[in-house]
Design a protein around this ligand. Structure first.
Ligand code: MLT
Length: 414
């Protein structure tokens, strides 16, 4: 074949499967034009009817419904129901779903003890992954719990457990769920109410949180979702699979990115706040500086979630009257990226992580907990993907390997 004036000889693709794979790998290394996805079990080959994503056009839909419409009109629990069951609920179905979740909003005392054993200096993602993993030991001792029960428990208890690290970090006792409140308002009182005193949930904050959770609820196959499917494919419990997904999400290249964004902004501020200097560094490959929260692997256009979240960030900041120099720096970087030829040509638009960190900061969520918030939002998506994988009776995942090590060697005794 001839590509850009260069001629490549295609491998014959005969011989064993391994030989074919090695041929393709060689071709890829030689030419740079052909890529072979070594983890294809988890990417191209995954069939799913949950989330539609078109990176070229910047389209995202859950079960066929546009993300814009859902973020504007639905509640997070409606979206959770939609993702998990495939249909939007009727009012009766939604009430019964919400009540069943409220009925599970008391965490087993022993799990509180497990949380108390974690140091407040530890990262909350480490603690929350361990607590979710421990749910198998406390709720599913013989491994026979009805998955529908596990689903309700996870949706009810993940946000409760998520607030424990925060309470510990500020030296306050934990709160109990208030079942008179909606899902997002309850999370806010669990987080910010000082036990024994009264607390009024700000509807602006609750609405913004609802939107953020909806925008994060699923994103087809990605590192954490594929992990949940892969771990679940061995028929490990839902708790174990979700715990694995939380660990996968923790990394700075995935859910940890919104934390990295705020840390980068803090570092720029500490260095005098000269955004021009950092824009120039971002363009210089040798500077070692990377702009966090810009560009996305699948979106060749603006991340549709970022568009919605940007508007929400502007509304929340002006409604709450937040005046934060770090957010001023964010706004300069954003404008530079949207107007600068270099960024436009490379489609390095601010992504969902850039804006979500900004809103979480304005809502008073500590930076270390940004990824935990992502996990609370992503939970229904992980559950839906796990359920789909099991319903389709998918075989155990076993990514294909291309062996690149030494050929047979003789052992020499020392
Ligand atoms: C996500 O929402 O999961 C992230 O954008 C990462 C991804 O999709 O790869």
């Amino acid at each position: 074949i001839n590509v850009d004036g260069k001629t490549f000889e295609l491998p014959t693709l005969s011989g064993s499967e391994n030989e074919k794979a090695i041929d393709i790998a060689k071709l890829r290394d030689l030419s740079g034009y052909v890529t072979y996805d070594p983890g294809f079990k988890n990417t191209g080959a995954t069939k799913s009817a949950i989330t539609f994503l078109d990176g070229e056009e910047g389209i995202l839909r859950y079960r066929g419904y546009s993300i814009e419409e859902l973020a504007d009109k639905a509640t997070f629990l409606e979206v959770a129901y939609l993702l998990i069951n495939g249909e939007l609920p009727t009012q009766i179905q939604l009430d019964s779903f919400a009540n069943a979740i409220k009925a599970e909003a008391v965490v087993n005392d022993s799990i509180v003890k497990v949380s108390n054993a974690f140091p407040k200096e530890g990262h909350p993602m480490c603690e929350i992954a361990a607590l979710v993993g421990s749910m198998s030991a406390f709720y599913d001792v013989d491994g026979n719990e009805d998955p529908e029960k596990s689903i309700l428990r996870l949706i009810a208890q993940l946000p409760i457990m998520a607030t424990w690290w925060y309470k510990k970090s500020i030296g306050e006792g934990i709160n109990q769920a208030d079942t008179s409140l909606d899902y997002c308002s309850d999370f806010l009182q669990l987080m910010f109410k000082t036990p024994g005193s009264s607390y009024q949930v700000d509807p602006i904050v609750s609405k913004a949180l609802n939107k953020l959770l909806i925008l994060h609820a699923d994103h087809e196959q990605n590192c954490s979702t594929s992990t949940v499917r892969l771990v679940g494919s061995s028929h490990a419990s839902l708790y174990a699979s979700i715990s694995a997904g939380i660990n996968a999400l923790w990394g700075p290249l995935h859910g940890g990115a919104n934390q990295e964004v705020i840390e980068m902004l803090e570092a720029i501020k500490a260095d005098g706040g000269d955004t021009e200097k950092y824009i120039a560094m971002a363009k210089d490959k040798n500077s070692g500086f990377r702009l966090m929260g810009f560009g996305h692997r699948v979106y060749k256009n603006f991340d549709p979630r970022a568009k919605i979240i940007k508007k929400a960030a502007d509304d929340v900041l002006s409604a709450l009257g937040v005046n934060d120099p770090v957010l001023g720096i964010a706004s300069h970087l954003e404008q530079a990226a949207l107007n600068d030829e270099y960024f436009v040509a490379r489609k390095l638009y601010p992504n969902v992580d850039f804006y979500s960190g900004i809103i979480y900061r304005a809502l008073g969520i500590p930076t270390n907990m940004f990824t935990v918030m992502f996990a609370i939002g992503r939970l229904p998506g992980w559950i839906a993907q796990w359920k789909e994988m099991r319903a389709n009776k998918e075989p155990i995942g076993r990514p294909r390997q291309i062996y690149t090590g030494a050929t047979e060697r003789a052992f020499v005794e020392i």
